[in-house]
Write a protein that binds this ligand. Structure first.
Ligand code: HEC
Length: 121
């Protein structure tokens, strides 16, 4: 009995590596607090990948939600639900500070081969 339980515990631990974030196989959402709320509210109109490939601060996500509510028919959320969604999105799909290199300085940029000598419009 005890050995079976110990084995099950071992297998359970082995099956859940601490490193890589676990993802829902159907939507690809990272499994973390609030993910079901996001699944229940965010994949009715478009695929989950539209959500998961986006990233940003809480303000970024809030402004996206407001935009969808104002112009895309997204329903209103009560304060708790909205808070859950924003916390989930900003902690699991937060700003990618290191993913982008800063823009080149003008003197580092190549000459634009398409630039026109004179602009007529
Ligand atoms: C009522 C329909 C609807 C629901 C529900 C909905 N969206 Fe959207 N969303 C849209 C539409 C329409 C677009 C524009 C799709 C396109 O451009 O192809 C969009 C676009 C997006 C985009 C891409 C924005 C961009 O800049 O390209 C993201 C990210 C997004 N939604 C996240 C969410 C999240 C998070 C939720 C849940 C809180 C959600 N959506 C729920 C309608 C919805």
């Amino acid at each position: 009995m005890i050995r079976t339980a110990a084995l099950a515990l071992l297998l359970g631990l082995a099956a859940a590596p601490a490193s890589a974030a676990e993802k829902d196989p159907h939507t690809g959402f990272i499994i973390a607090p609030g993910w079901e709320t996001v699944r229940n509210n965010c994949i009715a109109c478009h695929s989950a990948s539209l959500v998961t490939q986006n990233s940003g601060s809480r303000e970024h996500w809030l402004s996206l939600i407001r935009w969808m509510q104002e112009s895309q028919g997204l329903w209103a959320f009560d304060a708790d639900t909205e808070n859950t969604i924003l916390t989930y999105l900003s902690s699991n799909y937060g700003p990618k500070e290191d993913a982008r290199r800063p823009p080149l300085r003008p003197d580092q940029r190549p000459e634009n081969p398409y630039s026109q000598p004179e602009q007529t419009n």
